[in-house]
Write a protein that binds this ligand. Sequence first.
Ligand SMILES: *Cc1c(COP(=O)(O)O)cnc(C)c1O
Length: 375
Amino acid sequence: MKMQFRDLKAQYHALKPEIDAGIQAVIESSAFVLGKPVTELENKLAEYVGRKHCVTCGNGTDALQLALMVLGVGAGDAVFTSDFTFFASAGTSSILGATPVFADIDLNTFNISPEALEEAIKRTITEGRLTPKVIIPVDLFGQPADYSKIIPIAEKYNLKIIEDGAQGFGGNINGKMACSFGDISITSFFPAKPLGCYGDGGAIFTDSDEYAERLRSLRAQGKSPTDKYDNREIGMNSRLDTLQAAILLPKFKAFVDYELDAVNKAADWYTEKLEGKVITPNVPNGFYSSWAQYTVLFKDRTERDAMQAKLKSGGIPTMIYYPRGLHQQAAYRKMNLPDDLFPKTVEAANRVLSLPMHPYLTERDVDFVVNEIIK
Ligand SMILES: *Cc1c(COP(=O)(O)O)cnc(C)c1O
């Protein structure tokens, strides 16, 4: 059988009885949107990440947008985020009329560089066109961003933090869980994320009663808490399907019981066997990754592209996350941002390759990939 980049089928077969029973029960109940399993899931996830509230919604992109809406982000505001991330980390600010401001990364972790972040904030203040409002650090590839440096910067410039934990769920820094950093945090249940459902889904976490209450309203057209048909503000339609919650409940149990350990074991095998052959991911002391991706660096674009082609012909699927920075995306090219503001992002885009990674990867699979690379 062909090797999978992320083997969702193996996972389904491991959990089939529970998942099938959950789906069946939802169909019997006919409570298809925000049913009981959704509340059960929200309670479990909030407890797991160590936040007071979890509010689920339609997907991770909506989760970011809802979080930005709660913080009142709009036209004239600057929202700072990493240049090297999935588009939604920035697109959600633009949709609300705000302006995303990109900062370069630290090539050791692929996460936003706190130094570059502070420079971007200072530059924005000096230019005087936009009001700095929010920082969206991204927990890229499963590893939390460096909050011990980012939080003091947010405090210094009086900015809010929204943690984009779409890839970070399950990671931690010295035991403090991803999706518990900053004022509001979000995650995604897109199938390929660390904790994925069978379609789209997302969640927002916060310790603030006020934010949580507004999020529950905003995800349902801005309804009033007491009268569903008296809308107190303009919101979205972004709720979690009960079927997705029923699928997530057994998957979350497996994630906590053994999947998170399993991906860390697979990452250790890769790192041990690839040491000295390519640049393997760096997990700083005290950091724990949920390995949304296992991403290595090659010497340059030529070597990386040749390796990807070779692995493909050997039956090994790989991905390039990401082939360009946000400042290089067509939608943001009109900002005219020069590459030399983001040297590490440009370098990463040329050198990265993500290898097959999932909890059902065996040591033999890892050996197969490693041997092909060394060959
Ligand atoms: C996947 C992802 C999102 C968006 O999640 P969706 O559920 O696909 O909308 C946002 N930010 C990052 C970093 C992501 O990887």
